[in-house]
Design a protein around this ligand. Structure first.
Ligand SMILES: Cc1cc2nc3c(=O)[nH]c(=O)nc-3n(C[C@H](O)[C@H](O)[C@H](O)COP(=O)(O)O)c2cc1C
Length: 190
């Protein structure tokens, strides 16, 4: 307990509580992920939240190596993503460093476990034609294969700034920053 006898604020505990409290709805499963486009302007798209990496703060998503976001994160490995939980009416905005785990990475652990967790339908999408290129039809998708396609990429989002806003009155907001490996949180005006 802090000197004021309020529990010490920890965004990770708050996020996990929010996920539990909002389990009935779908919005734990997706979030909008923003990057910087080649021209420096923002890009945003929805992705599936694939969970945390072990007990760490690292957030896992999967994507196609040929997608624009992968090129964008190679150039500028920074992102922002956000959750809004409608039951508890709270928003988390997370800024993070992006680590790309592709077929060339020496440590394939995360890529292998993410691939194993995918449905067959989701796996098949990685054998399709180049995303974003003019429409191609009639390409054969291999239904079974032992090999993980090179197009399958895991992105690890490693948070370093978190902005947590609680909408129910009285509104409350905390800013948390990772400083030399420790999270420092400050309550701020909403
Ligand atoms: C609900 C939803 C979930 C999605 N999940 C993913 C995902 O997990 N990974 C992914 O690469 N694209 C996902 N997409 C598609 C992306 O939003 C986007 O259209 C695609 O990745 C191409 O984006 P890019 O050209 O900016 O790389 C999802 C779309 C929606 C609507």
């Amino acid at each position: 307990m802090s000197p004021s006898s309020e529990p010490v604020y920890d965004w990770r505990i708050c996020l996990k509580c929010a996920m539990e409290a909002n389990q009935g709805a779908d919005h734990n499963r997706y979030f909008p992920l923003a990057s910087s486009g080649e021209d420096g302007t923002p890009r945003v798209r929805w992705v599936v939240f694939r969970g945390f990496v072990g007990d760490s703060d690292d957030v896992c998503i999967v994507t196609d190596a040929r997608s624009e976001k992968v090129t964008e994160f190679q150039r500028q490995p920074r992102c922002e993503f956000s959750w809004y939980f409608t039951e508890t009416r709270e928003q988390f905005r997370v800024r993070a460093h992006v680590i790309t785990v592709d077929s060339r990475c020496p440590d394939q652990t995360q890529r292998l476990s993410a691939w194993q967790a995918l449905s067959q339908a989701a796996r098949e999408s990685f054998y399709g034609p180049h995303p974003g290129f003019p429409l191609v039809t009639g390409t054969d998708v291999p239904l079974t294969t032992e090999q993980i396609p090179a197009a399958f990429v895991v992105l690890i989002l490693r948070p370093d700034h978190v902005d947590h806003l609680l909408l129910p009155l009285p509104q409350r907001r905390w800013l948390s920053t990772l400083e030399s490996g420790n999270w420092c949180s400050t309550p701020v005006n909403p």
